[in-house]
Design a binder for this molecule. Structure first.
Ligand SMILES: Nc1ncnc2c1ncn2[C@@H]1O[C@H](COP(=O)(O)OP(=O)(O)O)[C@@H](O)[C@H]1O
Ligand SMILES: [Mg+2]
Length: 285
């Protein structure tokens, strides 16, 4: 896509035209590499660009989207399934207007739902018909749940840092996803980079390995520097992009979000309802 086309798309997006529902799933091989921080800050950046954004916390092992937002998530998808809660009671709206959907232990049940339960869940998600972008924060690793979330995503973002362990685990996840033809739209974010060159070098290393051993392509989406403001924002339980909008990490997040919006992607689901129907179908197979 050339620069002019990218700009046209961005203008269309601003005017609320021509933008289709899109699902971005953020995963990693290793835990603790920065998925949740990327998700919540990206959500705020996309929101600033005029999108209606929802975040699904699908990391049932270490769900902490609510902690990083400093919000109180009382219920989760589990309560829709078992305690007759409705989506508007489960979701929490952040100060800057992001819809947070805690998955809780409901996530690991998604593969075992009977037809009635599925219908119930889909009916609740249908109520979120005005969402433009769903960001899914998955757990680390290669559980079948994570792979299912990757399969139904329009865009997959894999986060890693430059440590050999994180890179090896990122490679293993990418290998499973590409070799299994689970999703071909793999985009990588290098977190905690020393600088842009360090980030590119780390990505190039990963890309060369994927190319040599799998013969497939992965794309560079951007980087986030190692920035002490990130840790500070975590302690203050607010996205750094809001409390420290001019820090280097925030500028890099804005770059990543404009890169994501400029991307043409194969859009798989037309709406939240459609997305959840597909997800549950895939999980139940
Ligand atoms: N770019 C960064 N600069 C400095 N510290 C970071 C950065 N990214 C992540 N961290 C630190 O790593 C911790 C784990 O990040 P988190 O987003 O929770 O990872 P994950 O969701 O992958 O487990 C954060 O609490 C923060 O202290
Ligand atoms: Mg996390």
């Amino acid at each position: 896509m050339d620069q002019a086309e990218k700009l046209r798309q961005l203008v269309n997006i601003k005017n609320g035209k021509n933008y289709k529902f899109r699902v971005i799933t953020v995963s990693s091989g290793k835990g603790g590499v920065g998925k949740t921080n990327l998700v919540i800050n990206l959500a705020s950046s996309l929101k600033k660009r005029g999108m209606k954004v929802a975040v699904l916390d699908a990391d049932f092992g270490m769900a902490n989207v609510d902690i990083l937002y400093g919000i109180n998530a009382e219920y989760s998808i589990y309560d829709i399934l078992h305690n007759n809660k409705e989506i508007n009671e489960v979701m929490v709206l952040t100060d800057d207007g992001i819809v947070v959907i805690p998955g809780g232990s409901g996530i690991k049940e998604l593969s075992e739902l009977d037809a009635d339960m599925r219908k119930k869940l889909i009916k609740e998600f249908e109520k979120l018909h005005d969402i433009d972008i769903l960001l899914v924060d998955t757990g680390a690793g290669m559980s079948s749940t994570v792979l299912n979330f990757i399969e139904v995503a329009d865009v997959v973002v894999i986060v890693t840092n430059s440590e050999p362990t994180a890179l090896t685990d990122a490679y293993s996840l990418i290998k499973v996803v590409l070799k299994g033809n689970i999703n071909s739209n793999i985009n990588v974010v290098i977190n905690r980079a020393r600088n842009i060159k360090d980030a590119r070098d780390t990505f190039d290393k990963l890309k060369r390995t994927v190319d040599a051993f799998i013969g497939r392509e992965i794309k560079y989406l951007g980087y986030i520097p190692d920035d002490q403001k990130v840790g500070q924002a975590v302690r203050e339980q607010k996205p750094f992009i809001i409390t420290y909008p001019r820090c280097e990490a925030s500028i890099c997040i804005h770059k990543i979000s404009s890169e994501l919006l400029g991307k043409s992607s194969s859009q798989k689901s037309s709406s939240m309802k459609d997305y959840f129907s597909r997800l549950l179908r895939i999980m139940g197979r």
